[in-house]
Design a protein around this ligand. Structure first.
Ligand SMILES: Cc1cc2nc3c(=O)[nH]c(=O)nc-3n(C[C@H](O)[C@H](O)[C@H](O)COP(=O)(O)OP(=O)(O)OC[C@H]3O[C@@H](n4cnc5c(N)ncnc54)[C@H](O)[C@@H]3O)c2cc1C
Length: 451
């Protein structure tokens, strides 16, 4: 009997992991990807060179048996290392214990592992250099272009699952249907990646187990470790205004800006100005779309459905959680033809949409936290108090950051609890930010009453 087939559009992080999940369930999976095969051609892996992987992404990888191989690609980051303008350092742990850490991972290495597993272990067929150019949503057809010979052709093997990223052509086309909405909110800030090379002996020049941040109020620099001893550094800065990317056009202006705000980082990057001039400036967008599906024929997943800004390090984690959740929905439903897929897609969207909206909002909030609030003594006192409450009232009070990064509670629930917890922290912490004056009986009562 012919196996039921599913066609995926996009072989990025979500598309290649979902291919594994679906093939594991017995579907025949074809994946069409616009770019060349990253395993054969040296192309940039996409947007950021490395990413923070946390619990949600790890669970999704573990579920398909990949965690052991992924472990070999990970560098743990135990907390934030803040760099002030004078080069003084302050470490802020991410969690209350040593196992509450996040991990830096190379996007290219992870994507290659997923592609290899899908292709060689599960027989998924990948078609590279094949880009979607249009979709006939009513008819369940997709127009493609072969970028090798510019030939156009039509695919009609539904269902299609579009994992074609933040600029999804399928989503943009869906948004023209009556009753469909899609909004792309671009941040006025952009980003640029630079590299701190490894030391001469191949080791890291700054602490390898931290996510480094140079918070400067309206802008910031961050650095995540790579396994080869280097760091990928990202400057987040508004496009217009002062300081802004638009005024950093000449070597002198770039050098003066970096030297003024990030002298200790620049000291580790002798070619920072050349890198700045050579590397592209990227945009950041939050995508709000609804619905994510057309009957049982099309579904959006990952960034195509809900791209978020990168400040919670959750875009990929959320995309991986999508794959995990879609698999759960499939396991609970007996699929039969288009009607079956329609039920599955509807159930998936119903579960994920409120959570996608919640992490989108929390990621935007986290930008202000990373570039600015982390320096505020009240923020630091509340963080300390959160951990104290978590220790004393285990399971009853868990800081929102931990709920998002180290737990699996739905994002919307983390957001809801986070708001209440902030109110409790405000009430408990006096104006002098002194943790010694905390009334823990009152804390117990507030937690019992509100959470
Ligand atoms: C600067 C930055 C830093 C980030 N840091 C983190 C982090 O630390 N942690 C984290 O969890 N997330 C992070 N993210 C978010 C993360 O990159 C995305 O959420 C993740 O890549 C989503 O995976 P995806 O497969 O949905 O989309 P993508 O990875 O964008 O993959 C989409 C794929 O579709 C292909 N495609 C596009 N158009 C077409 C077409 N027309 N036809 C066929 N194929 C097409 C693309 O070539 C690509 O391969 C960051 C993002 C940015 C921009």
């Amino acid at each position: 009997m012919k196996r039921e087939s599913v066609t995926l559009l996009g072989a990025g992080l979500a598309g290649s992991l979902l291919a594994i999940y679906l093939a594991r369930r017995g579907y025949e999976v074809d994946v069409y990807e616009k770019r060349p095969d990253m395993r054969a051609v040296d192309i940039p892996a996409g947007r950021s060179i490395n990413l923070a992987l946390a619990n949600r992404g790890i669970r999704a990888l573990r579920e398909v048996g990949l965690y052991r191989q992924v472990t070999e690609l990970l560098t743990p980051m135990r907390g934030r290392m803040l760099h002030d303008v004078d080069g003084d350092l302050q470490f802020q742990a991410y969690g209350k214990s040593d196992d509450e850490v996040i991990y830096s991972i190379s996007r290219g290495d992870l994507n290659e592992l997923l592609l290899n597993t899908a292709q060689y272990q599960y027989g998924v067929r990948f078609h590279f250099n094949q880009g979607v150019i249009a979709a006939d949503l009513a008819q369940g057809k997709v127009r493609m272009r072969d970028d090798d010979d510019l030939r156009q052709y039509v695919l009609s093997d539904t269902p299609f699952i579009a994992a074609d990223g933040a600029g999804s052509i399928v989503r943009r086309q869906m948004s023209k249907l009556p009753g469909y909405q899609s909004r792309e909110d671009y941040l006025p800030h952009a980003y640029k990646e630079l590299t701190i090379p490894a030391a001469g002996d191949g080791t890291h020049q700054i602490d390898a187990n931290s996510l480094h941040i140079w918070p400067r109020g309206d802008f910031m620099l961050i650095a995540l470790p790579n396994m080869d001893g280097s760091f990928t550094v990202t400057l987040f800065l508004q496009r217009e205004g002062s300081p802004g990317f638009s005024e950093l056009a000449s070597d002198d202006a770039i050098s003066a800006f970096l030297q003024q705000w990030f002298p200790d980082a620049v000291a580790l990057m002798p070619d920072a100005v050349q890198q700045f001039q050579a590397n592209p400036t990227g945009s950041m967008v939050t995508v709000y779309a609804q619905p994510w599906r057309v009957g049982g024929r099309f579904l959006l997943i990952g960034d195509a459905a809900h791209s978020i800004v990168p400040f919670h390090g959750q875009g990929m984690n959320a995309a991986f959680e999508d794959c995990y959740e879609l698999d759960q929905v499939l396991s609970e439903n007996k699929i039969a033809g288009v009607r079956g897929w329609e039920r599955v897609f509807a159930e998936f969207e119903q579960r994920r949409k409120p959570n996608a909206d919640a992490i989108a909002a929390m990621a935007l909030e986290n930008y202000v936290e990373m570039r600015d609030t982390v320096r505020d003594p009240r923020f630091q006192a509340k963080k300390q108090l959160s951990w104290e409450l978590e220790k004393r009232f285990e399971g009853r009070f868990v800081p929102r950051y931990s709920l998002v990064m180290f737990h699996h509670v739905p994002y919307a629930e983390a957001q809801r609890r986070g708001v209440i917890q902030q109110e409790i922290l405000e009430e408990l912490l006096g104006p002098d930010n002194d943790p010694a004056t905390i009334d823990f009986d009152k804390a117990d009562r507030l937690i019992a009453a509100r959470l």
